[in-house]
Ligand binder design. Structure first.
Ligand SMILES: [Zn+2]
Length: 379
């Protein structure tokens, strides 16, 4: 099957997280004849496919997913989200860019690469989950990654095929991402009559200077690859509804997007110190949504940049913005993780698409990365 046919066949499978819906069968049918050893590992309500080629040398792993987010109202699509039609040179469908197109062209890259280099001097893995987009309660790929590390199986280079690109394929890549720490604050004062200010403690008046300080504080300066940590308030609510009552408490929802220059502990500690200056007492429920990670190694990065120079005539810009990805589970063991994939303008939207030109270009980039990796280990 050609890369385009595979991308279309995958899109035609309505694989809403956490179920793969049969995508893995199609992928196995492509990889098995090439000599890949394939395992399917079930986890709660999802599944992981792990395909391995070669048994010695460093491990290069392509990490991706076959699940997609729901399409939204199908009638709003120019073309049915699960028909994979091509209109004006663009493949339209849920998952076209995030990330069935990427998976399909990576498999094509492997075929082309192995045809020229049947015995590469590194191992090639393809690791795909059926629940990247969905809820953690259905299972995530971290369970498999933990069990691999218990068996001393280490991924040296991890290429995450998520849609990182902006104006052209390969113009942006990611080597990390920010952390996310949320909190629910309950600021507790003393309720009373508005006419007796010495008998009340107003959480509303008390939160004023707290917010001013939270807004002005420099949490860290970020670094070469990350913006400084930012703090935002998403909701504040207080009051009894009466005009003559000072309320007894105030609720506030807030979030930190943090660079690796801060930790959840350091942010919590500084946040609490500010609250302690107030006359109110307080309770905070913290939720760590994600730890930040940054790949410090640059061996794979220089290989990828070299490949991009060959295909695009320029290196990619490094930008660690954007949402989450499964790269976060692989990075902590010390693997070098790079996210590089299609343009992300239409992901998760109505009329998600990828142009045929972009598919070809991404396939050439992935193939060149395999070639450069092989060159790197030969020299
Ligand atoms: Zn994705």
């Amino acid at each position: 099957m050609s890369a385009l046919e595979l991308a279309q066949s995958l899109i035609k499978i309505k694989s809403i997280s956490p179920k793969d819906g049969g995508c893995f069968e199609l992928i196995e049918a492509e990889l098995s004849p090439l000599g890949f050893q394939i395992e399917r590992i079930p986890e709660l309500n999802c599944e992981t496919l792990l395909a391995k080629y070669g048994d010695s040398g460093k491990v290069f792993c392509y990490l991706g997913h076959t699940d997609v987010v729901p399409s939204g109202p199908e009638q709003e699509w120019t073309s049915h989200p699960f028909e994979a039609n091509i209109i004006d040179g663009e493949l339209i469908g849920r998952g076209a860019a995030d990330m069935k197109g990427s998976v399909a062209v990576f498999i094509q890259s492997i075929k082309n690469f192995l045809a020229d280099n049947p015995k590469p001097n590194f191992q090639i893995w393809v690791m795909l989950t059926s629940n990247e987009e969905g809820e953690p309660t259905d299972g995530k790929i971290n369970t498999l990654i933990d069990s691999l590390s218990r068996q001393n199986q280490f991924i040296d280079y991890c290429l995450v095929g998520e849609a990182s690109s902006s104006d052209m394929v390969g113009d942006v890549l990611r080597v990390g991402r920010r952390g996310s720490l949320s909190g629910k604050l309950k600021l507790i004062g003393k309720q009373g009559h508005v006419a007796y200010p010495h008998k009340v403690i107003s959480p509303i008046l008390e939160v004023g200077p707290i917010i001013t300080e939270l807004n002005q504080i420099i949490w860290d300066g970020g670094n070469e690859y990350f913006d400084p940590t930012s703090f935002q308030i998403s909701n504040i609510e207080s009051g009894t509804g009466a005009t003559n009552v000072v309320p007894g408490h105030l609720n506030m929802l807030f979030n930190f997007r943090f660079s690796p220059e801060s930790t959840q502990e350091s942010l919590k500690e500084r946040f609490i110190k500010i609250l302690e200056k107030s006359k109110c007492t307080f309770k905070i429920d913290w939720t760590l949504n994600a730890q930040p990670y940054l790949t410090q190694k640059t061996e794979m990065l220089s290989i990828v940049q070299k490949a991009l120079c060959k295909i695009n005539g320029q290196e990619a810009r490094i930008d660690n913005g954007g949402g989450t990805s499964d790269g976060r589970w692989v990075a902590p063991s010390g693997s070098e993780v790079i996210e590089l994939g299609p343009r992300n303008q239409t992901i998760h939207q109505i009329d998600e698409k990828i142009s045929l030109k972009d598919l070809v270009q991404l396939q050439e980039i992935y193939q060149q990365i395999l070639v450069e990796t092989n060159n790197h280990f030969s020299s």
